[in-house]
Design a protein around this ligand. Structure first.
Ligand code: NAD
Length: 295
């Protein structure tokens, strides 16, 4: 069993590290927050005094951090301290440019690297059912796969450096746009006097069918497990949707891609977030859409 250093023990990283312990790995964990380190200890991990101490002698290093600047700062510290032949995996959602810079840094020190952002949220992190979207060399991916399989159920190699992040932001741009589309359809149906269930029964088996409707329906009733039935508690918070749509817009600008609906979705989610709804599940956007009526 490879030994693993895990840096960033927040809502996602904490349970992911715990699953690696459960799978029998020796895990050395670090986070800036003492409470997260205590939780990791309670979950059976060893706790290090710093990121650099954590990675010394580890076969695999995993980072799960808020944004590109945190990942680059941590990688600049830990990569030079890693053992020859070790592998570093970043599971955070970050901008493609930072991901590529991180890969280049690892390559400069002869360390294999993978960008492996996830989908599946905190439920997937706890249940070890995440999807990992990976970018990097074939050899590094082959070494990463058995470790990622302990935390997820689907592992996809998307291409070279940064390809995992590219796939993640493209997917979440579809998600943000489609959730707004489904919300607009329900808001229109309400005005037309059409019941939620009637629209669901038709659209879920017709050409309007999509994940935002059938798995995550933004009105209560048709999909009992969706956050709409639980006062829009996340799930996936609107603030994180703003983050991902902003990463998509940054990438669109950098590459010259046209994403008019992605841009509009970003504006709509930003307005929802600015009105104090950053902690509301992203399907709560239907409340914002309803309020736009007559404006
Ligand atoms: P979080 O804020 O709960 O956790 C981030 C952790 O990183 C915190 O505990 C923080 O203390 C730690 N940290 C920051 N800088 C550090 C440093 N220099 N050294 C050590 N630790 C440091 O965030 P999260 O919800 O766990 O998300 C982590 C990443 O996963 C983000 O990039 C996010 O976009 C992505 N993501 C989150 C979800 C979700 O549903 N929460 C879903 C998919 C992807």
């Amino acid at each position: 069993m490879v030994s693993i250093a895990f840096i960033g023990l927040g809502n996602m990283g904490g349970p992911m590290a715990a699953n690696l312990v459960k799978a029998g790995h020796k895990v050395i964990a670090f986070d800036l927050v003492a409470a997260s380190r205590d939780q990791a200890k309670a979950d059976g991990a060893a706790v290090a005094e710093s990121s650099v101490t954590a990675v010394k002698g580890a076969d695999v290093v995993i980072t799960m951090l808020p944004a590109g600047k945190h990942v680059l700062a941590v990688w600049r510290e830990v990569v030079p301290a890693m053992t020859n032949g070790a592998l570093i995996i970043d599971c955070s959602t970050i901008d493609v440019e930072s991901a590529k810079e991180a890969h280049a840094l690892a390559a400069k020190h002869g360390i294999g690297s993978i960008d492996a952002p996830v989908s599946g949220g905190t439920g997937g992190a706890k249940g070890a059912t995440l999807t990992f979207m990976c970018g990097g060399a074939e050899k590094a991916f082959a070494s990463a796969r058995p470790v990622l399989e302990k935390m997820g159920k689907k592992i996809v190699h998307c291409g070279g450096a940064g390809a995992g992040q590219s796939a993640k932001i493209c997917n979440n741009m579809i998600l943000g746009i489609s959730m707004i589309a489904v919300s607009e359809a329900f808001a229109l149906a309400e005005k037309l006097g059409l019941s939620h269930q009637a629209l669901f029964d038709v659209a879920s088996t017709s050409s309007g069918q999509c994940w935002s409707l059938t798995s995550y329906c933004p009105v209560p009733g048709p999909v009992p497990a969706s956050p709409a039935n639980n006062d829009y508690k996340p799930g996936f918070a609107s603030a994180l949707m703003v983050k991902d749509l902003t990463l998509a817009q940054d990438a669109a600008k950098a590459t010259g891609a046209a994403t008019p609906l992605g841009q509009h979705a970003q504006e709509i989610y930003k307005a929802f977030d600015a009105a104090g709804n950053g902690g509301v599940d992203f399907s709560g956007i239907i409340q914002h859409v309803r309020k736009l009526a007559g404006k």
